[in-house]
Design a binder for this molecule. Sequence first.
Ligand SMILES: C[S@@+](CC[C@H](N)C(=O)[O-])C[C@H]1O[C@@H](n2cnc3c(N)ncnc32)[C@H](O)[C@@H]1O
Length: 251
Amino acid sequence: MANHQLNQAYTKAFETFLSHTNEKLILLEYLGKLIQSREVSSVLDIGAGNGDLAIPLAREVGRYVAVEQKPNYANTLRNSNLFVYQAVFPCLIDGKFDLVLGSHIIPWRKEEYTPLIFAAWDLVATYGQLVLITYDDTEHSAWNELRDGCNLPTSRRSGSRIDLFREVLETLGEVEVIELVTAVETNTLDELCQALAFVYSDGEIEKLTFFLKNEAVRTYLETNHKTEGRYSFPFTHYVLQVSKLPQAEFI
Ligand SMILES: C[S@@+](CC[C@H](N)C(=O)[O-])C[C@H]1O[C@@H](n2cnc3c(N)ncnc32)[C@H](O)[C@@H]1O
């Protein structure tokens, strides 16, 4: 396939995922409740993304600041009148925030996520919270069962990311872990395959095409993820949160 065709295939899969997941709604609902209950008035959103989560989230608070490394996303956020640092975090940020959020941005490598977590913590105001949201490779997740059921190769490391992050977060304070389940829901098998191909690809076009051409995946999804004529595939998100108590500031 020519390069532009590959890009089109990737864009199609990405857009199919975005238009069929309830992820943003569920995350927003959770964060909205957190903002209300803890009277959060300022948010630092690290890795704010394309605005689907950031723009509605910004409406919930008096002061919203985004950090986003991609210039096109940073522009989209600015066009919605959000304050954006177009930079790779950790970077220099002014002030402290009631809520410092990192949703689906934590790197895989310890030498990368450890400084990121500590830098994010530094920006949490006293009585504020650091909230990290991530997926995990738990043994019985639908995603792992799909990969095992279809013998899909994976570049992911084994073992729980949650336990690794928890280890770092526990040096800062008491860690609370909350599970949120979202779903990709489609009318057709093709749409479900497109959406899941985006997830499987990790941004690599070869993996995207491998997934889309895989007959075992189609059979597996047809057998295990179809109910009453519709397709549904669940994902569990883990929210890890730590509050900054006055004495913890000096750790
Ligand atoms: C998977 S998206 C998540 C977007 C949004 N937070 C959400 O949960 O819907 C990750 C975004 O974070 C940005 N990002 C990841 N790591 C970053 C970092 N260290 N500094 C700035 N932006 C980052 C990426 O460019 C991308 O737009």
